[in-house]
Design a protein around this ligand. Structure first.
Ligand SMILES: NC(=O)c1ccc[n+]([C@@H]2O[C@H](COP(=O)([O-])OP(=O)(O)OC[C@H]3O[C@@H](n4cnc5c(N)ncnc54)[C@H](O)[C@@H]3O)[C@@H](O)[C@H]2O)c1
Length: 253
């Protein structure tokens, strides 16, 4: 029970990596709150976990908009108390042409893929500082260190998350709060399935380049996130943990 007595807040918990984190954290003893825009998936997940005796709640909210996020946050903390551990997970891919890309598209993309990571810290840090204890994990990506063609400007947002994580880690350590990022490689979620549908040639290649001969599973990311949030990782701070089956170690040949 690595997260006993913890209240975990996560963005984008309805499916994919977020859903796996919700499930793993609940099984590790946490009270889990999540914010998502997909009501049907979220309600189904909450029902299934509550039916099994776990403490999980959801509020609808677009985490790329601070006021909307805060309304959901206030409701979730009113029932489960202050957030003690948090995960910034919600994000989407981008395959834009830098010439065609519109200003509004840039604003909306970075509001989700970068700014919401600041928002969750902004909301959770006050109570963590008061408690002089807390841990935050930001889900970045292998694209936070390198990238592949046709992903503009996804890699810029993920590099931003890794950088923001370092800023927060250095500044909050004196407050007893650890901040790290976890960077998945290819992970089998609805997001990745959508990418493979849009670019079928990428699917075969994505497996062919894997040192371990397969892509990752959401549960394999979730277990690392739970560990990093827990006291077992008490001296891990400002790190970016790659969970990619060794893909980033590979020279392109
Ligand atoms: N799947 C991969 O291969 C992979 C690899 C590296 C990094 N990542 C990162 O992991 C994170 C999760 O990815 P995933 O593959 O599970 O994605 P996913 O699309 O399968 O799930 C994303 C979840 O976020 C929610 N969401 C989307 N926009 C939101 C918003 N504005 N407000 C609140 N919730 C919102 C969705 O409803 C969904 O439940 C993302 O940050 C992604 O960039 C994924």
């Amino acid at each position: 029970m690595r997260l006993n007595n913890q209240h975990l807040l996560i963005t984008g918990g309805a499916q994919g990596i977020g859903e796996a984190i919700v499930i793993n954290a609940a099984k590790e003893g946490a009270r889990v709150s999540f914010v998502d825009i997909d009501d049907d998936l979220s309600n189904a997940l909450v029902k299934s976990l509550v039916d099994q005796g776990y403490q999980v709640q959801f509020q609808h909210g677009d985490v790329s908009k601070f006021e909307t996020f805060k309304v959901a946050f206030d409701k979730l903390t009113a029932t489960y108390g202050p957030v003690t551990v948090a995960v910034s997970n919600a994000g989407r891919n981008s395959y834009a042409d830098p010439v065609e890309y519109a200003d509004e598209e840039w604003e909306s993309f970075f509001a989700l893929d970068l700014k919401s990571t600041w928002y969750i810290a902004k909301l959770c840090l006050p109570e963590m500082r008061k408690a002089h204890k807390g841990a935050i994990v930001n889900i970045a990506s292998i694209h936070g260190r390198m990238t592949s063609p046709n992903f503009f400007p996804y890699s810029a947002a993920k590099h931003g998350i890794v950088g923001m994580t370092r800023n927060l880690a250095l500044d909050e350590a004196k407050n007893g709060i650890r901040v790290n990022s976890v960077s998945p490689g290819y992970t089998l979620t609805p997001l990745l399935k959508g990418y493979f549908e849009q670019f079928p040639e990428a699917a075969a290649n994505a497996v062919a380049v894997q040192p371990m001969g397969r892509v990752g599973l959401p549960e394999e990311i979730a277990k690392v996130v739970t560990f990093v949030l827990s006291d077992e990782a008490s001296f891990i701070n400002g790190a970016d943990l790659m969970v990619d089956g060794g893909l980033h170690a590979r020279y392109a040949s």
